[in-house]
Write a protein that binds this ligand. Sequence first.
Ligand code: ATP
Ligand code: MG
Length: 210
Amino acid sequence: MDPSPETHPKTTLSRRRIGVFGGTFDPPHIGHLVAAINARQALDLDVVLLVVANVPWQKVGHRTVTAAEDRLAMMRAAVGDRDDLEVSDIEVRRGGDSYTADTLGELLDREPDAELFVILGRDAAAGLASWERHDEVVSQAQLVVVDRPGPPVELDRRYRWLRVDIPELEISSTELRDRVAAGLSIDYLTPSAVVDLIAARGLYRNAGAG
Ligand code: ATP
Ligand code: MG
C-alpha cells in the first residue's frame, strides 16, 4: 500500500528520499524497527538508515555504553536482509563523539541530490535544542517525529515537524538491559537473532554495567 503516490512520484530522475534514524541502540528492539518501517512507508522513503552512534555523548557519564561493534552487530542481526532498512556504520567509522550534523553532511557529500529525513522518537525530538549544531541538522534535513509512550513533550515550534503515526510500543533499551540483568526473558521484545547475539556475547548480564 503506497499512502501517497501522487505527492512523491517515483521516476528514475527523482531524488532519493533517505530516512536517517540514529540512536545508541543498546540494544535495538521492536520499538526501533516499528518506528523505522512505518516512517519509511508513510513518507515513501527509499530506505531508512539505522545509524548506530559511536559515542552517544549525551549518555556518557550516566551509564556504561556497550561497545559500538556489539551494537552494530546487534542492529545488523535485527534488520536481517530487509532491503528497505540499512544499518549504517558511518558514525562508528568516523569515530569520536557522534553528531547528527556531521552525519548528514557526510551523507550529502556522498549523494548531494538526496533528500534527508531525520526520524526521532518524541523524547529525542524534545531534546533537539541540546544537539550540537542543531541549526545545521534542521537545514540539511526534514524533521520527522514518531510517537512513543511517555509524558507529553513540547516540540520546538521554530521548526517544521512531520508527524508519523505508529503503533506506540512501551518498550526501551533500558528495559531490555534491566531484564537481561535480572535474568528475565527478552523474547519477542527484539528479534530472535538479537536475543541470540546478546546471549552468545554475554551482554547486559551485570546490572548497572550497561
Ligand atoms: P534507552 O532506554 O537506552 O535510552 P531507547 O529505547 O530510548 O534506549 P535509543 O537508542 O535511546 O533507544 O533511541 C533511539 C531512537 O529511537 C530515539 O529517537 C528514540 O526516541 C527512538 N525510540 C526508542 N524507543 C522507541 C519506541 N518504543 N517507540 C518509538 N521510538 C522509539
Ligand atoms: Mg533513549
